[in-house]
Design a protein around this ligand. Structure first.
Ligand SMILES: [Fe+2]
Ligand SMILES: [Fe+2]
Length: 313
């Protein structure tokens, strides 16, 4: 016999209504959300590093301003998401600790290096593009604070994707060397961006439950297919080649078939053995340590203010 609380939760989910922080929820639901939202927050924050790498070397003042705004947006996304996760009762310090200890995961895509300026284009177009495909359905996630955070995040992600597309378009209208640089960036970022949707449906044990709870709305493979179908005409408009010899339109399904992805590489990078995992975490740790004086100063200021208020009252 389900308890009254369980019944109410099941009714909310069945009605496709929102679960709010004050509502009772099963422990599994809470844990799944904390894991997913905090991983998402970590990805936004760690994802600032590969792009910040190019702020000082952006080719013009305009490009620098755009890239800085984009990287700042990602910081904002991280903050909304940490706040959403905190409403589930997990303190921010705990989430941060799990990240720097390496026990929490973040998107494996951010463990690849950014070698040329064209990588800023490929990341915007492919990585932010995959993020949008993944995240638009999350705007309807059953947990209220998560869904609401995603609405704002998605608006900014579409700007990110367009700025990446535009960087590549300009390079593809440039010299042969610029075209080659754009193609090389697409060659390196294409497969990792397809892997951002997670393992194939058969190897994704948590997906079923997440779909039953209305957290996830589409399976990993469905979202990946949607992304590939979206990319092909955009690649044609850019004049770049997507690096997959098996990519072709399937008349029967009405979708593009694509080749096998290297899931061994995905699992290696996810397990911490990607090209930049160590560097990303070391940088995050150092940024936290370097910011200690700000936190101490803010705490000292708050103490003094509280004392002054006490004296005045
Ligand atoms: Fe973001
Ligand atoms: Fe973004």
């Amino acid at each position: 016999m389900p308890t009254l609380e369980e019944q109410r939760f099941d009714e909310l989910i069945a009605a496709d209504a929102r679960v709010e922080p004050r509502d009772w929820m099963p422990e599994g639901y809470r844990k799944t959300l904390v894991r997913q939202i905090s991983q998402h927050a970590h990805s936004e924050i760690i994802g600032m590093q590969p792009e910040a790498n190019w702020i000082s070397r952006a080719p013009s003042l305009k490009r620098k301003a755009i890239l800085m705004a984009k990287v700042q947006d990602e910081a904002g996304h991280g903050l909304y998401l940490y706040s959403a996760a905190q409403t589930l009762g997990t303190p921010r310090d705990e989430m941060f600790q799990a990240l720097v200890d390496g026990t929490a995961k973040y998107s494996s895509i951010f463990n690849y290096p950014t070698l040329t300026w064209a990588d800023m284009g490929a990341i915007g177009w492919l990585v932010d593009g995959a993020a949008i495909c993944n995240q638009v359905p999350l705007c309807r996630a059953s947990y209220g604070p998560y869904g609401r955070a995603m609405v704002r995040i998605c608006k900014e992600e579409s700007f990110h994707q367009r700025q990446g597309f535009e960087i590549l378009l300009e390079l593809m209208n440039g010299t042969d060397a610029q075209k080659a640089m754009a193609q090389d960036a697409v060659d390196r970022w294409y497969a990792p961006s397809l892997m951002m949707f997670g393992p194939p449906d058969g190897d994704s044990p948590n997906s079923q439950q997440s779909m039953a709870w209305n957290i996830k709305r589409f399976s990993n493979d469905d979202l990946r297919q949607r992304f590939v179908d979206m990319l092909v005409p955009q690649a044609e408009a850019l004049g770049v080649t997507l690096p997959d010899p098996d990519l072709r339109f399937n008349e029967q399904t009405g979708h593009y078939d694509y080749g096998q992805l290297d899931w061994d590489e995905f699992h290696e990078v996810l397990a911490g053995r990607g090209p930049c995992n160590g560097q990303r975490l070391a940088h995050r740790r150092k940024a936290f340590e370097d910011g200690a004086w700000v936190r101490e100063a803010a705490a000292a200021y708050a103490r003094t203010q509280a004392q002054l208020e006490k004296v005045a009252s």
